[in-house]
Ligand binder design. Structure first.
Ligand code: FAD
Length: 517
């Protein structure tokens, strides 16, 4: 077959399905004869996962590019701003054990060896707080932008916290009413194939066959097309990252005017960690844990204790339990089918990389969209290579948080440090980083999921120190020290110049933001 590729069928209406639909329709759709037509099929009987409330800054560009307004996002999705993550209790579990992985690069990163300069005097203060401003802004409850900052612009870098279900509804409305996406609400029962093994159509219960040239599997953990139909195996990562269960709950604020957190708070627990995400009207809280190390009843008690300790108000409902198999598909794009979102794989939500991978996947499908079926296998090969690399880096980066911990209170934490549980690539990185800071020689691809600075934030936040680091040359050191001083001055200026996060959100809800420039 060498036919043109114009009919895209997306199976699944969760965040992955609607993001893909909007990203493709916004730029490949339209009324011309060559335009791509996007159809999204979603079952009325299978609910979306309904969690996934923290994003990266990349989501700003994604939403802007598909034509959504940030004011609408704040008003309709209970959205707030996120400046990074705050890790509590990961290093040794002591009362003062707390560090930030902010979204901004260290001040002067790339121009000067800022990490090298900080390592000369780590006693000056935590790495993230010395090289940048965001830990101070988060501690003070401040927003990343001002009242007059236009949509999608920031004084400092930010992503979002939002209600995942409401985001799905907003994307659905925008995709169907503005971008021309066809929406079929029906349960897919059978997959029909061409003789060559390509998917020809999805047979639905009420709407007959939905035919297409390219099928995007966004069916969630069921992974109906890539996993079930094509039997592409899941590459398990459980031996590296043990967590396989979660409890999720929505809780009210005990007082409605509580400061609105501007970072996801990830607190280490006996056999996992809790996430705490502040939305304007409620918090989204959950425990991620390893069932081999913590029973379900103990998990519930752990979550309850966290809620009590953090002054949560009433829960909207009992916690929902979610099981997952940590891993990713050995192949994401097979024949005329590509998996995105949970259908492609899922590892615990530490560092919230899942939606970022959805954005990267949708963008690559859009940018490399094969004109004909004959071009598709080449695009598929490149896609698979890119995303295998990205998953491997995500595994390394998440494992870093555990491998460096000095906690010894449970077998869970001790086992996380055992060399047999570390990927070879991470072991090599750690060997290199004993002598020098992570550099762009280590992570040099375009669109690295986690940039070099992220590794520095976690390494030095977790207390890792190189053993024989070469001291920067005098001139280099002076330049880097200048950056540290500049970061400090900037931090003090912004502390006086940015509004409180909760106040800014209230202002935006009432008055909106100026349109993006
Ligand atoms: C505990 C937890 C916390 C998370 N936190 C974060 C986070 O903070 N940040 C982040 O980026 N990500 C997070 N994630 C991941 C994030 O939730 C997902 O990546 C995201 O929601 C995408 O899900 P999805 O669209 O792939 O799947 P789903 O939301 O499960 O959607 C699946 C869709 O497939 C449809 N479907 C299934 N079977 C059929 C059928 N037979 N016929 C028709 N339709 C069908 C369903 O109706 C549904 O519409 C988290 C995940 C978990 C489990």
């Amino acid at each position: 077959m060498t036919g043109s590729v114009q009919q895209v069928v997306i199976l699944g209406g969760g965040s992955a399905g609607w993001l893909c639909a909007a990203v493709l329709a916004a730029e490949l759709g339209g009324a011309s004869a060559e335009a791509v037509q996007v159809t999204l099929v979603e079952s009325p009987d299978v609910p979306t996962i309904g969690v996934g409330e923290g994003t990266w800054p990349s989501m700003r560009a994604t939403l802007h590019r598909v034509g959504l307004s940030e004011t609408e996002l704040v008003r309709e999705c209970d959205a707030a701003f996120k400046q990074g993550s705050c890790f509590q209790g990961w290093v040794d579990g002591s009362a003062s054990d707390r560090y930030y992985h902010p979204f901004m690069l260290p001040h002067g990163h790339g121009d000067a060896d800022v990490a090298g300069a900080w390592l000369q005097h780590p006693e000056a203060g935590p790495f993230a707080a010395c090289v940048g401003v965001q830990p101070r802004l988060c501690e003070a409850g401040l927003a990343p932008k001002q009242v007059v900052t236009p949509e999608f612009g920031g004084v400092v870098n930010y992503g979002y916290h939002f209600d995942a279900v409401k985001l799905g509804l907003l994307l659905r409305r925008h995709a169907t009413q503005v971008l021309g996406v066809r929406h079929v609400v029906d349960h897919v029962q059978v997959v029909h194939s061409h003789e060559n093994g390509d998917i020809a159509a999805l047979a639905t219960a009420q709407h007959g066959k939905v035919e297409g040239d390219l099928f995007i599997d966004c069916s969630g953990m069921a992974s109906l097309l890539i996993g079930q139909h094509y039997a592409v195996p899941l590459r398990s990562e459980q031996a590296v990252l043990f967590n396989d269960s979660a409890l999720a709950v929505q809780v009210a604020y005990d007082k409605p005017d509580r400061p609105l957190a501007c970072a996801t708070i990830a607190t280490a627990q006996a056999a996992g960690w809790t996430w705490d995400i502040g939305l304007p009207t409620r918090r989204g809280v959950g425990l991620v844990y390893a069932s081999a190390h913590m029973g379900d009843a103990e998990a519930e008690r752990t979550l309850e204790a966290h809620l009590r300790a953090t002054h949560a108000g009433e829960a909207a409902a009992a916690p929902r339990r979610i099981r997952f198999q940590p891993g990713w598909r050995a192949t994401f794009w097979h024949r005329n089918c590509v998996a995105v979102g949970l259908a492609a794989g899922f590892i615990e939500p530490l560092e919230a990389s899942a939606l970022a991978l959805v954005e990267l996947s949708a963008a690559m499908i859009r940018d490399e969209f094969p004109a004909t079926r004959a071009d598709m296998d080449l695009v598929a090969r490149r896609f698979n290579e890119s995303f295998r690399y990205r998953w491997a880096r995500i595994i390394d980066f998440l494992k870093l948080h555990y491998a460096l911990s000095r906690r010894s209170d449970t077998g869970y934490w001790r086992e996380h440090r055992e060399p047999r549980t570390l990927p070879d690539s991470l072991r090599e990185f750690l060997q290199l980083w004993r002598h020098r800071s992570p550099s762009r020689n280590d992570l040099h691809r375009n669109d690295e999921v986690f940039p070099v600075a992220s590794y520095q934030y976690v390494l030095y936040g977790m207390g890792f120190r190189p053993t024989q680091q070469r001291a920067p040359r005098e001139g280099e050191l002076a330049r880097a020290r200048g950056c540290l001083q500049e970061a400090d001055r900037l931090g003090r200026r912004l502390l006086g110049g940015l509004p409180r996060h909760r106040e800014l959100i209230a202002h935006i809800r009432a008055h909106g933001m100026a349109p993006a420039q």
